[in-house]
Design a binder for this molecule. Structure first.
Ligand SMILES: [Zn+2]
Length: 348
């Protein structure tokens, strides 16, 4: 059942579960795709399918084993990150550091020590099940030395080990490693499929809005939800509606949006999506193409008289601002300029 809840293409889950059922699932696999495509979720689902006894050729997601895998405390599923300190061997418990104790410096790359510790760790039989899984996050973060150490492990694998490499930069992995892996490619999901996976927490239209803003990428969508994307987006809508009503709102709105650098970073892409919707409104295009599906009425209020030519000009200005945002020493002047242009566009 729960593979249905894993946000990935149905053909991906079918290929994986079929391979597990037939005993063909590779000793080493590489789950790759664009950033935020859900690599980590797919890797955990694979391990749960092997371990869970409650569901046949699937996983239940609720039994003690599935729960412990999700919580990162199942001893035979070992997740690795490049910044972890493996110099004293791998501990199965997460974040054991006492409060106040200095955290190890975050390393950007896996070291040879990591791989030596894995080699050592892999010698021991699994604690509970028949198999031990090593999930290597950011597998592209290996230099030549650590890659070669991993290669040695992969060349002579213990029968009880399975390696699942995850990356959003497959080209950054040595071809000699890649050629040993069974490749599982993740692509952005259809907007409607991703939106469905975000429900029932959200209305259909709000879920579609998040799914579009995330470009069909499930982890990206979760991040947007964590960051209260819709609230922030609503604030930008409110500012634009106010600007449409009165010119004096331009200055206040520019200042309110430019207060924090982070706000600008998040607000410019939001603004771009609202203006793109304006182009659809102005060209009397199909409303199903709106990015902001849940604000159709406000889109019509904002852009029903808009000049398409001016809107396209504004789109270009926003894109230029996004590319050059570090150059703008004074964000409120930048925003004022954009808002004035947009007010002009609204008036046709
Ligand atoms: Zn289970």
């Amino acid at each position: 059942m729960p593979w249905d809840n894993v946000p990935c293409h149905p053909h991906v889950s079918k290929i994986i579960t079929r391979a597990i059922q037939r005993g063909h699932f590779g000793r080493t696999s590489l789950v790759f795709g664009p950033p935020g495509a859900g690599q980590g979720g797919v890797a955990l689902a694979i391990t749960m399918t092997f371990v869970c006894k409650k569901a046949e050729n699937d996983f239940c997601g609720t039994c003690p084993e599935c729960k412990r895998i999700q919580d990162g405390v199942y001893p035979d599923v070992i997740e690795m990150h490049p910044w972890e300190d493996w110099s004293k061997g791998k501990s199965n418990e997460k974040d054991k550091e006492a409060p106040g104790k200095r955290q190890p410096r975050k390393k950007k790359q896996y070291s040879v020590d990591h791989m030596r510790a894995v080699m050592e760790h892999a010698l021991h039989l699994p604690y509970e099940g028949d198999l031990k899984f090593y999930i290597i996050h950011d597998a592209h973060s290996m230099n030549v030395h650590s890659s070669n150490s991993l290669l040695k492990i992969l060349e002579e694998p213990h029968p009880h080990t399975r390696f699942i490499l995850l990356t959003d930069q497959a080209a950054g992995i040595l071809p000699t490693i890649r050629s040993r892996c069974w490749g599982i490619r993740l692509l952005p999901l259809e907007i409607s499929n991703l939106a469905r996976s975000l429900q029932p927490g959200l209305s259909e239209e709000k879920a579609a809005t998040i799914a579009r803003a995330a470009g069909g990428l499930p982890d990206q969508a979760s991040q947007l939800m964590e960051k209260d994307y819709l609230d922030r987006r609503d604030q930008v809508f409110d500012l634009l509606l106010e600007i449409k009503k009165r010119e004096s709102a331009v200055i206040e709105s520019a200042e309110s949006i430019a207060k924090h650098a982070n706000d600008l970073e998040e607000s410019l892409p939001i603004l771009l999506r609202i203006v793109r919707d304006g182009v659809v409104v102005a060209s009397q295009g199909d409303p199903s193409h709106y990015e902001n599906q849940d604000r159709k009425e406000d889109l019509s209020i904002l852009w029903k008289d808009a000049s398409m030519e001016k809107l396209i000009g504004s789109t270009k200005s926003i894109l230029a601002a996004l590319e050059d945002r570090e150059r703008f020493v004074n964000p409120s002047i930048l925003m004022m300029d954009l808002f004035l242009q947009l007010r002009e566009s609204m008036r046709g």
